[in-house]
Design a protein. Structure first.
Length: 94
């Protein structure tokens, strides 16, 4: 019996992430053994820098942690589901 091959998931562009509300994402440092830093970042500066059609992988590869200096980040885009039914997660304010 042949296995059906599913196409790999599409990597969203920066513009696609910014179009969906909220217009920010969590960036997590990928230096997992030494750093647990994360920060909510607006997406507009990255869209301005690299363009709306740039792959979100550009941000994953280029982000530098402000705590440990490691280059590379994991992205998590908040959604309605993360804040409960019909509630958006607010942009964190310091």
């Amino acid at each position: 019996m042949a296995r059906s091959k599913e196409p790999p998931p599409r990597i969203p562009t920066l513009g696609a992430l910014q179009r969906d509300e909220p217009h920010w994402a969590w960036l997590y440092c990928t230096n997992y053994h030494k750093c647990t830093h994360r920060r909510a970042m607006p997406l507009a500066p990255f869209v301005i820098r690299w363009g709306a059609n740039a792959s979100s992988n550009v941000l994953r590869k280029s982000a530098r942690c402000s705590q440990c200096g490691h280059k590379g980040a994991a992205l998590m885009h908040p959604s309605i589901g993360s804040g409960g039914p019909g509630i958006y997660v607010a942009f964190p304010v310091r």
